[in-house]
Design a binder for this molecule. Structure first.
Ligand code: ATP
Ligand code: DNN
Ligand code: MG
Length: 230
């Protein structure tokens, strides 16, 4: 049975570089001649266009992946307001649930051997009164990549997120250090602290304003096998 590598990309917060790092990962995998696809199942914060509501993250992912998917396949749930998704959904009288999102994912056909799925906000974002985005990741049984926005406070945010990913029954496969500002005095010590305390390997670093990831030794060698459904 061919094997596809699918990862859920979460972050220590909203606006810390999930999309930026996902796009950088897609470019990296493309350079290695992998076939890639990406999704942003729920987007809150969309603009109206002649084709319907559009989200900038989903468009960035669509441009960076090698195996074409329609906008609806990349981003089935478009919520206009740039707020927590369960609240944005209420405003337009929509409801979010794991079963619908899982069914959408399973319908997609792609030749990609690497699929990256960007979350919305951080790990425990609610979908409805009972479910969170973490339930979707557990339902899909896919490993997680954590993007750490490297700023003061990120040690606490990263350690809490990693702890809860495990508690939620999911696997943190690796993490990316994303530098949101120019180099600072204690960057190396903060990175070392995270490396010592996170229960997953550092895959890569994205420097401030960099386009390309700096790959670390624990970045996994991924096979090129693929299949045509998810
Ligand atoms: N390494 C970096 N260097 C400079 N700017 C960055 C870097 N990473 C992210 N940014 C900037 O930070 C902002 C937030 O990044 P991004 O949109 O990737 O975050 P996000 O976690 O995907 O946000 P959301 O929760 O809305 O999906 C953007 O303006 C982006 O250009
Ligand atoms: C609008 C923003 N950029 C994201 N799309 C949504 C972030 C939701 C965060 C919810 C929360 O944890 O408070
Ligand atoms: Mg994003």
């Amino acid at each position: 049975m061919p094997h596809r590598h699918t990862y859920f990309i979460t972050g220590t917060d909203t606006e810390i570089g999930k999309t930026t790092c996902t796009v950088a990962l897609l470019h990296h995998f493309k350079q290695l001649r992998h076939r890639t696809a990406a999704m942003k199942p729920i987007a809150s914060g969309c603009e109206w266009s002649p084709e319907g509501w559009r989200n900038a993250d989903a468009i960035a992912l669509q441009h960076a992946m090698t195996e074409p998917l329609s906008y609806h396949e990349v981003n089935p749930i478009t919520l206009p307001e740039p707020i927590a998704p369960h609240l944005a959904a209420q405003l337009v009288k929509k409801s979010l649930d794991v079963a619908t999102l899982t069914a959408h994912y399973q319908q997609i056909k792609t030749n990609a051997n690497i699929v990256l799925i960007e979350g919305v906000g951080g790990w425990r974002v609610p979908l409805n009164d009972k479910e969170t985005l973490a339930d979707l990741v557990r339902s899909l049984t896919i490993p997680v990549i954590l993007v750490v926005g490297m700023r003061l406070g990120c040690i606490n945010h990263a350690l809490l997120t990693a702890e809860v990913i495990a508690k939620d029954g999911c696997l943190l496969q690796g993490w990316i250090a994303n530098y949101l500002s120019p180099p600072q005095a204690h960057d190396a010590a903060v990175l070392m602290t995270l490396q010592q305390r996170l229960n997953a390997p550092l895959w890569a670093t994205l420097n401030y304003q960099a386009q390309h990831l700096s790959i670390h030794p624990d970045f996994p060698p991924l096979s090129h096998e693929r299949m045509d459904t998810l």
